[in-house]
Design a protein around this ligand. Structure first.
Ligand code: SAM
Length: 284
């Protein structure tokens, strides 16, 4: 099994490789955590798994043994060659040597045509965590559940409730498009090299709350815009981005029974949707 310190070190030595910081390479070297992730994802031989950043293949190998197929995207050419060699015995693996953010997912999904269900499992490269999560939540793919290892602080922002310091546009978007929960925490000591932060494994279950929004993209932008300046009030954020008259915004807030000095972090998803619709989608 690849996933322990001794094997990880010896595989890296064998291929004369070192972890690359710019690709966010912190390899998971704790077999218990590997097993816990796979258990949480629900081993099932009719389910296909998409993995981003297989690294030296520790998680990939356990996934291959517990699911029907694995489609893995690795950006690093050296790791890609290593994986081809180390995992060559597995016939249910498709490795793709590409930047995940640039792949045509629609097309890649054909690999899963004979799988009943598709899930995503990944120890994410931390420098693009948000972009990857947004890609799955903002676009419609045939995926219902996603399991990600992310930095603990990011995990806390993803599941934050209104009125807390971690609550921001990402938390609101999560509530709109998924049920997000932290499954368990993972110490920084479980990685090689050891990062400066602890991590957490999260589960996202995709869903869409029906808030009667007509223009989805405009609403998603609105969520981002009202949190641009965290120290400013909602009104000031709106003035800055949209250039409405102060009077018009006050009037809209008054109509919706919302205090003029409210800050965005005090607003629930539903309230944000109400304000958005009042401004952009109200019948004339
Ligand atoms: N899955 C391995 C593990 O658990 O030990 C490695 C996880 S490591 C945190 C992140 C991996 O993502 C690295 O292998 C890195 O090379 C890869 N990676 C970084 N950016 C990527 C990108 N844009 N597309 C695909 N893979 C990427």
């Amino acid at each position: 099994m690849i996933g322990n310190i001794k094997n990880t070190k010896s595989i890296l030595e064998k291929y004369q490789l070192r972890a690359k910081k710019n690709f966010g390479q912190n390899f998971l070297v704790d077999e218990n955590i590997l097993m816990k992730i796979v258990e949480a994802a629900g081993p099932d031989l009719e389910t296909g798994v998409l993995e981003i950043g297989p690294g030296i293949g520790a998680l990939t190998e356990v996934l291959l043994q517990n699911f029907c197929k694995v489609l893995a995207f690795e950006i690093d050419n050296n790791l890609f060659s290593l994986l081809e060699e180390e995992l060559k015995e597995y016939k249910n693996l498709k490795l793709v040597n590409k930047d995940f953010l640039k792949v045509d997912l629609e097309k890649e999904f054909e690999y899963f045509s004979d799988c009943k269900r598709v899930i995503v499992v990944s120890n994410l490269p931390y420098y693009i965590t948000t972009q990857i999560i947004l890609r799955f939540l903002e676009e419609d793919y045939r995926i219902e559940e996603l399991f990600f290892m992310v930095q603990k602080e990011v995990a806390e922002r993803l599941v934050a409730e209104k009125g807390t310091k971690d609550y921001g546009s990402l938390s609101v978007l999560m509530k709109y498009r998924s049920d997000a929960e932290i499954l368990f925490h993972v110490s920084r000591n479980c990685f090689l090299p050891r990062p400066n932060v602890d991590s957490a494994v999260i589960k996202l279950k995709k869903r869409k709350v029906d808030l009667g929004i007509k223009n989805e993209n405009q609403f998603l932008k609105f969520i981002r815009n009202i949190f641009t300046q965290r120290r400013k009030t909602l009104v000031n954020n709106l003035l800055q981005t949209y250039g409405f008259s102060r009077e018009k915004i006050y009037e809209l807030l008054r109509d919706g029974g919302i205090n003029e000095n409210v800050r965005s972090e005090a607003l629930s998803l539903e309230k944000i949707a109400e304000i958005y619709k009042g401004i952009f989608e109200a019948p004339n």
